[in-house]
Design a protein around this ligand. Structure first.
Ligand SMILES: [Mg+2]
Length: 410
């Protein structure tokens, strides 16, 4: 395995204040990975007294679901769910929220492990469980941050950057190659992003393309169309077996694509590793992965060079930090997958504000126009980056009437 593209430092003059760089992998031991994952994550020294959790409510607003947590002393925290709350709410209400009631919010790290075995929740260890846990975790961290006067990044170990460079992700699969490069140019123009991602393959499609020849055609023209100073990612959403994945990956290398996401079905780790072993560009993955141990396997074996837990699907900031730390041991980076609704990009900003080994660009799918006004100052996509909200907590300042109109789900 050569490392020339994997040592790539991102487009142009990136600074550590904004984002990290790809890094080279190195041999690691399971013991080192476990030690990194098990180190305490939260810094809660500024929260000096117990914070018993008195209530956790799920509220359905006009467009979003909110989770509101209250302490026995009247402290409050809020999170915004992704749209899966529309159908996951019974799990949230019956299997997850009750576990946290009466517990000290300062024990959040051990509570995240505890809810996994509560009522045999581990038997449904996938995003159905972990989204619900994440929404509680986000709201509890918001509350602790407001008590401490600190941002979520501060609680996650300390803010190391105040801006995060974003790549704009296109979700199209039905455009022609020529149409898609125009879409990508448009996304960069409207946001100022200097990095983009496009889709290849048919999505979990056993090598079939969405339109015959679209993926190869797009890979061949995209670098020339966008220019040399743009970072370009491609995402197959598990479309290929190892043989086809290697073929497509080599074509990407020949045409200057910078990262290949989910070449093979997400749970086919051996085939993903085979693709990574054959390529010089980094392979990324993990957006569906619910298991810390399988992330450990991927990192130990170099199946991916960039880990991509979703902050919602994987159960929140604490568990994602554990993955980031294991990746750091191997010299790898983390580029979390982003749940596309609500304020997923803000969750990402807070995570990236504190994780040392993030990649150079992070996922953005739009939405700042709608929710930017929830923050003071409003969030803006400027100079290819978004500024991290300073908090306290998540930094969200919702219109009180928005919450007042939301209905509590029971
Ligand atoms: Mg993806």
């Amino acid at each position: 395995m050569t490392m020339d593209r994997r040592g790539f430092l991102g487009a142009g003059a990136l600074t550590l204040a904004v984002g990290g760089a790809w890094a080279q992998g190195k041999t690691v031991s399971v013991t080192d990975l476990d030690e990194a994952a098990q180190r305490p994550v939260l810094k809660l020294g500024a929260v000096r007294h117990p914070v018993p959790i008195a209530s956790i409510e799920l509220l359905r607003g006009e467009r979003d679901h909110f989770v509101r947590v209250r302490s026995a002393d009247g402290a409050e925290g809020l999170s915004v769910t992704n749209s899966r709350a529309n159908y996951l709410y019974p799990i949230f209400l019956k299997q997850v929220a009750p576990f946290f009631i009466g517990k000290d919010a300062r024990d959040l790290e051990s509570l995240i492990d505890g809810v996994y075995v509560y009522k045999s929740n581990y038997k449904m260890s996938n995003l159905a469980l972990w989204c619900c846990v994440a929404w509680v975790e986000f709201a509890v961290l918001d509350m602790l941050g407001r008590i401490a006067g600190q941002s979520i990044g501060d609680l996650l170990g300390g803010v190391v950057r105040d801006k995060v460079r974003m790549y704009y992700a296109s979700g199209n699969r039905q455009t022609t190659p020529e149409e898609e490069v125009e879409v990508l140019k448009g996304l960069m123009e409207k946001s100022g992003a200097r990095a983009v991602k496009f889709k290849v393959g048919g999505r979990m499609s056993q090598n079939a393309d969405s339109i015959p020849g679209r993926s190869e055609g797009l890979i061949r023209i995209v670098r020339k169309a966008l220019g040399d100073d743009v970072t370009i990612f491609a995402d197959a959403n598990g479309s290929y077996d190892a043989v086809k994945g290697i073929e497509i990956g080599k074509l990407m290398e020949d045409h200057g694509i910078d990262m290949f996401e989910e070449p093979c079905p997400f749970d086919h780790l051996e085939e993903t590793k085979a693709v990574a072993d054959a390529l010089t560009i980094p392979v990324s993955g993990g957006e569906q992965e619910p298991s810390l141990r399988r992330f450990r396997w991927m990192i130990e074996n170099g199946a991916v060079q960039v880990v991509q837990p979703d902050l919602h699907y994987f159960g929140g900031f604490i568990r994602a930090t554990r993955v980031a730390r294991m990746a750091a041991v191997a010299g790898y980076t983390i580029v979390p997958h982003m749940s596309g609704e609500g304020v997923g990009y803000v969750d990402l900003l807070h995570f990236c504000s504190a994780a040392p080994n993030i990649g150079p660009f992070h996922e953005y799918k739009g939405g700042i126009e709608r929710t930017g006004q929830w923050y003071d100052p409003p969030l803006k996509f400027k100079d290819a980056a978004i500024t991290v909200p300073k908090g306290p907590g998540s930094g969200i300042q919702l219109e009180p009437s928005l919450l007042a109109r939301a209905k509590r789900i029971q």
